[in-house]
Design a protein around this ligand. Structure first.
Ligand SMILES: Cc1ncc(COP(=O)(O)O)c(C=O)c1O
Length: 385
C-alpha cells in the first residue's frame, strides 16, 4: 500500500453497514435516517424560504479568494456583531468548504508540542482527525458518572476542542458558564477550538462564545461555524473559522496551497442566507421547530424505557438503552425496518467499543425528520427495544 490506511468516520461506517444490511442508502425514501447528522433542507414553519437559484456572472467563474469572498466574510462578521456584539471585522474570518475542513486546518497547524484536551464523549470525527494528524490528546471525563456534563473544574491543561452544543449529547454551555469557559481559555498560554455547528439549535435560542470574547486578537480562540445545520444547507459545503487576524492569515496561507478557496457559487448562496433580516427569522424558526421536536421525541423515547441524558441543544437525543441492549445490537434490529441510530461507541474518544462504557448509549437524530413521521418512528422503536 502506498497510502496510510484508515477507516471512514463513524457516521459513514454506520451508513455503510446499513447499506450492507438493507440494500438501500439511509436517507433514501422509505428509510428512517436516525443515524444522520443533517437537518431538514426545506422551509421551516415560520422560517424564511430557501432560495432555489442564484445568478452567476463571468466574475463568479474566476478563482475565489483564498480566505473567502469579501462579501461573505463581511456577512459573517456582521452576523456575529449583530447578534452577539462580537466586535469583529472580516479579517477575523476565514471561509472553508464546510465545518470539518475548518476543524482539520486548525488541528493540522497546531504546533507539535500542543496537547489537545477533549471530552470523553464527543463528535465522532474528532477522533479520526486527532489520530490521522497524530495529535496527542488528553481526556476530560464525560460519562454516565457525571451525566455527560463536565464542568470547567474537570478540565486539566491543553488546547480545548469542544462542540457546543455538544454532538452527540446536546449538552450546551451557555450564559455565565460559557462566559467562564471563554475567560479561562482566553488567558495567555491557553487556547480552544469551539465548534458551534449547532449554534442555532438551542433552548431558549442560539448562543455563541463570541458573545463573551473581549478582543479576539488577544486570544488563541478559534470559533468554528457552518452553514450546514443552522442555515439548513449541508450540500453547499460552507463553513468558517473566526479567530485572531494573525491566525486567519495562516489559515489563508494554507488555503493558497492546500484548498484553493471555496466554490464561489456556494459562497454567493450562503451570503444571501445571512442577510440580517432573513437570518433572524431563520434563527427563531430553527430554535422553535427543533425545540418542539426535541421535547416530543424525549417523551416518546422515555416512554419506551430509554434513559435520556440530552441537554438543551442540537438535534439529537443521547440515550441509554434499557436492559443489556447495546447500540450495535439495537441497530441490527432496526436495520430490519430500514432504520438505524448512531451507536454510542462511535462517540467514545477512547474508542472502547460496543463492550465499553458507551456501548449502551445511542445517538438518535431527529434533525432530518418531518413532524409527520413521529408515529411511524415510535412504532418501529417500540418493536426493537
Ligand atoms: C459538531 C459538528 N461540528 C461540525 C460539523 C460540520 O459539518 P460539515 O463539515 O458537514 O459542515 C458537524 C456536522 O455533523 C458537527 O456535528
Amino acid at each position: 500500500m502506498i497510502l496510510r490506511e484508515f477507516p471512514p468516520m463513524g457516521v459513514y461506517e454506520t451508513l455503510f453497514r446499513f447499506a450492507g444490511a438493507t440494500g438501500t442508502y439511509m436517507g433514501e425514501p422509505g428509510t428512517h435516517p436516525w443515524a444522520q447528522g443533517y437537518p431538514i433542507t426545506t422551509q421551516l414553519p415560520g422560517g424564511p424560504p430557501l432560495p432555489d437559484r442564484i445568478a452567476i456572472t463571468a466574475a463568479d467563474r474566476m478563482y475565489p479568494k483564498a480566505d473567502g469572498q469579501p462579501a461573505l466574510r463581511r456577512a459573517i462578521a456582521d452576523y456575529y456583531n449583530e447578534f452577539y456584539g462580537a466586535g469583529i471585522a472580516p479579517d477575523h474570518v476565514a471561509v472553508f468548504a464546510g465545518g470539518r475542513p475548518a476543524l482539520f486546518a486548525v488541528l493540522a497547524f497546531l504546533e507539535d508540542d500542543v496537547t489537545v484536551a477533549i471530552e470523553e464523549t464527543e463528535y465522532t470525527p474528532y477522533w479520526d482527525l486527532l489520530n490521522v494528524l497524530r495529535r496527542r490528546f488528553g481526556i476530560i471525563p464525560s460519562n454516565l458518572g457525571n451525566r455527560f456534563r463536565p464542568r470547567l473544574e474537570d478540565h486539566g491543561g491543553g488546547f480545548l476542542v469542544k462542540s457546543n452544543p455538544c454532538n452527540p449529547t446536546g449538552v450546551a454551555t451557555r450564559g455565565e458558564e460559557l462566559r467562564r469557559l471563554v475567560e479561562h481559555y482566553s488567558a495567555a498560554g491557553r487556547g480552544a477550538l469551539l465548534d458551534e455547528a449547532y449554534e442555532f439549535y438551542g433552548d431558549p435560542g442560539p448562543e455563541s462564545a463570541l458573545r463573551y470574547v473581549k478582543d479576539i486578537d488577544e486570544t488563541d480562540l478559534f470559533v468554528v461555524g457552518a452553514a450546514t445545520k443552522g442555515l439548513q444547507v449541508p450540500g453547499m459545503r460552507v463553513g468558517w473559522c473566526v479567530a485572531a487576524k494573525r491566525h486567519i492569515e495562516i489559515l489563508r496561507n494554507y488555503s493558497t496551497f492546500g484548498m484553493g478557496g471555496v466554490s464561489r457559487a456556494s459562497q454567493l448562496y450562503v451570503t444571501e442566507l445571512l442577510g440580517l433580516d432573513r437570518v433572524r427569522r431563520a434563527r427563531d424558526a430553527v430554535a422553535e421547530f427543533f425545540g418542539a421536536q426535541r421535547k416530543r421525541y424525549a417523551e416518546g423515547l422515555r416512554g419506551l424505557g430509554l434513559e435520556l441524558f440530552t441537554g438543551t441543544g442540537g438535534f439529537y437525543h443521547w440515550a441509554k438503552l434499557p436492559g443489556e441492549l447495546t447500540g450495535d445490537t439495537f441497530n441490527e434490529r432496526l436495520f430490519r425496518h430500514n432504520a438505524g441510530i448512531l451507536p454510542g461507541r462511535l462517540c467514545d474518544m477512547r474508542r472502547r467499543g460496543d463492550e465499553g462504557p458507551l456501548g449502551p448509549m445511542i445517538r438518535f437524530s431527529f434533525g432530518p425528520l418531518s413532524p409527520e413521521s413521529y408515529d411511524a418512528d415510535m412504532a418501529i422503536l417500540a418493536k426493537c427495544v
